[in-house]
Design a protein around this ligand. Structure first.
Ligand SMILES: *[C@@H]1O[C@H](CO)[C@@H](O)[C@H](O)[C@H]1NC(C)=O
Ligand SMILES: *[C@@H]1O[C@H](CO)[C@@H](O)[C@H](O)[C@H]1NC(C)=O
Length: 210
């Protein structure tokens, strides 16, 4: 779905190419209501070549690959240098290739719904799919682009369909993240989250400056 969206956006801007990677960034996690939540995201092993976004308390080692993330603009025009949002977040997977050489593979972030809950856990994997994410230019806070708000729909065609703005339903939850029980980042579709341990948080990109 995200891939289709990007291809459509690329088709509209005739000269745009697939994407443009910026960073690395650390990802600051701050509680919206629980102000004791003030830490950073760390990539944590959740399965074969997969990682969740786990909570690391306090200051973080920004030189560590596990604490560095990238923002990929959905499309980029080589003619004008313009980049277009939304895009996606990625992490660089380090591995050893078949000849024994160290190698890296960009791993986009995707949110995986659980059909029995309204909480979707975020995981990185070296795949071609991702969840569309943007950031607000002046605050660097991450959001998901809004869709239509169906909460007042009835049999009458809604004209115009109301679109929600940027959504920021990021939560920090104790939850299964792949095969492990971690405190990690999720997306909550509608409030309140079914998982009572989920705390609303903001996610802010901070450019690594060393
Ligand atoms: C990404 O965008 C920058 C300008 O914003 C440009 O200099 C760079 O070449 C682009 N990289 C790719 C891979 O398109
Ligand atoms: C259906 O929704 C419209 C607004 O979109 C409203 O004007 C109308 O009164 C609603 N109809 C009923 C039966 O509630």
């Amino acid at each position: 779905m995200a891939l289709k969206f990007t291809l459509a956006a690329a088709a509209l801007a005739s000269t745009a190419i697939a994407s443009n990677t910026t960073g690395p960034f650390t990802l600051h996690i701050t509680g919206r209501t629980d102000k004791s939540i003030d830490g950073y995201a760390g990539a944590c092993h959740s399965g074969a070549a997969m990682e969740g976004l786990c909570y690391v308390e306090g200051p973080v080692d920004e030189s560590s690959n596990y604490n560095q993330f990238y923002f990929d603009y959905g499309s980029y025009s080589p003619d004008t240098g313009e980049v277009y949002q939304p895009g996606w977040l990625s992490w660089l997977l380090h591995y050893t290739d078949p000849s024994g050489e160290p190698a890296t593979q960009p791993s986009p972030l995707e949110f995986y719904p659980s059909w029995g809950s309204n909480v979707a856990v975020g995981q990185f994997s070296p795949s071609e799919s991702w969840t569309s994410i943007g950031f607000v230019e002046d605050t660097m806070k991450l959001y998901m682009p809004g869709g239509y708000d169906d909460s007042s729909f009835n049999e009458t065609y809604p004209n115009p369909v109301q679109t929600q703005g940027n959504l920021m339903n990021w939560h920090l939850c104790y939850q299964f993240t792949g095969g492990y029980y971690y405190r990690s980042i999720s997306w909550v579709f509608t409030n309140p989250p079914q998982n009572p341990s989920c705390e609303p948080v903001d996610l802010t990109l901070e450019l690594v400056t060393y």
